[in-house]
Design a protein around this ligand. Structure first.
Ligand SMILES: *Cc1c(COP(=O)(O)O)cnc(C)c1O
Length: 200
């Protein structure tokens, strides 16, 4: 997936013309503006930013996959919003794999309970897990966190009795290690678009 936050719609269109179809965005308003401009392009949009429960209504039904469900409160808000749209919303649960205070995600102890709740919601479709390991500037140091997310997905599949499709992990600096550890979705911004412009 190409992470297009802060990049203008014309940059997204340029990659789309080269065959890129999956794009990731972090901010609802910014993303909806771009989606409107690019409505003629058959793109798949991913939401990868922090999502507040009170913005769930703006996100449900507008993204093919929301990667950042990390609380029961947010899951319930999305469930309600997707119910209004009348279509199930595909989601991933974000795990705070490095136990970093400043990062989103649920700590791994809370994962089984949240996953069971989400899997039981009529208008949410649980498709896997997402993580953002601590930043070391040395990609091999991210590898154990990717391995751990894969193990958590395997454990969860047993608990839920259901297959999970996706592991969303790896960014520009460490997508090789992430793929080697089983990523199905890598989130690459800088390597595809170049440096990010300032926030618009
Ligand atoms: C910005 C962002 C990325 C992309 O980061 P790059 O280092 O530019 O590839 C990936 N994932 C998330 C959650 C992001 O916010």
């Amino acid at each position: 997936m190409a992470v297009s936050k802060y990049h203008p719609a014309e940059s997204v269109a340029a990659l789309a013309r080269l065959g890129q179809g999956e794009f990731g965005e972090n901010y609802i308003q910014e993303s909806l503006v771009k989606q409107g401009i690019l409505v003629e392009h058959p793109l798949r949009w991913h939401f990868i930013g922090h999502l507040q429960s009170n913005k769930a209504g703006q996100a449900a039904g507008r993204f093919n996959l929301i990667h950042t469900v990390d609380s029961l409160k947010l899951a319930r808000s999305l469930q309600k919003a997707a119910g209004k749209v009348g279509r199930p919303q595909s989601v991933l649960i974000q795990v705070n794999i490095g136990r970093e205070e400043q990062k989103g995600g649920i700590p791994e102890e809370g994962l089984p309970e949240l996953a069971q709740a989400v899997a039981g919601m009529e208008f949410l479709s649980l498709e896997g897990l997402m993580c953002m390991p601590p930043f070391f500037g040395e990609p091999e140091r991210a590898r154990p966190y990717f391995t751990r997310l894969r193990e958590l997905k395997e454990e969860l599949q047993d608990i839920l009795g259901q297959g999970l499709t996706h592991l969303s992990m790896g960014m520009s600096g460490d997508y090789v290690q992430a793929i080697e550890e089983g990523a199905t979705l890598v989130r690459v911004g800088t390597e595809l678009f170049g440096p990010r412009p300032d926030k618009p």
